[in-house]
Write a protein that binds this ligand. Structure first.
Ligand code: RB5
Length: 159
């Protein structure tokens, strides 16, 4: 299952990628925005990212004007490694070396044909593990160190 999310700027490209996923017979869950209306990218980046982080979806594809805002938003969710790409090389290497679990695209940056190639190659590439696994574990360690500083619900009640 692939999680999808976008704001108004990313909406047309999300529609194009939905067509690609349907052509390829890939299942997806669309977290909105569901029509071309003004929308805040953090809201939809977060929804798609939470679906990936929870394991409900294997990958996430998110879209805004540049891909930047929605990727930053998705990356705030622990466990997410979201890359914004406007060419295929980075998209493939993001899977092979960084085990990226989300891809962000800028609808004002890449055309539909290139976006289709980037998405296809991202989904077809596999994490290589090995030395890269140790580095991804170090990324996770950074995240965990900060999460460990956040008091649990019980501790917050005492403060
Ligand atoms: C919306 O105008 C635009 O700012 C947004 O889609 C995105 O590009 C932000 O990063």
């Amino acid at each position: 299952m692939i999680a999808l999310g976008c704001d108004h700027a990313g909406f047309p490209l999300k529609e194009e990628i939905i067509a690609l996923l349907e052509e390829r017979g890939l299942a997806y869950k669309d977290f909105g925005v569901h029509q071309n209306e003004r929308a805040d990218y953090p809201v939809y980046g977060r929804k798609a990212a939470e679906a990936v982080a929870s394991g409900e979806c294997e990958y996430g594809l998110v879209f805004c004007g540049t891909g930047v805002g929605i990727s930053i938003s998705a990356n705030k969710v622990p466990g997410i490694r979201c890359v914004v790409c406007s060419e295929t090389y980075s998209a493939v290497l993001a899977r092979q070396h960084n085990d990226a679990n989300m891809l962000a695209l800028g609808a004002r940056v890449v055309g539909p044909g290139l976006a289709r190639m980037i998405v296809s190659q991202f989904l077809d590439a596999s994490f290589e593990g090995g030395r890269h696994a140790a580095r991804v574990a170090l990324i996770h360690e950074i995240e965990q160190d900060y999460l460990d500083q956040i008091p649990s619900g019980a501790e917050k009640d005492v403060l």
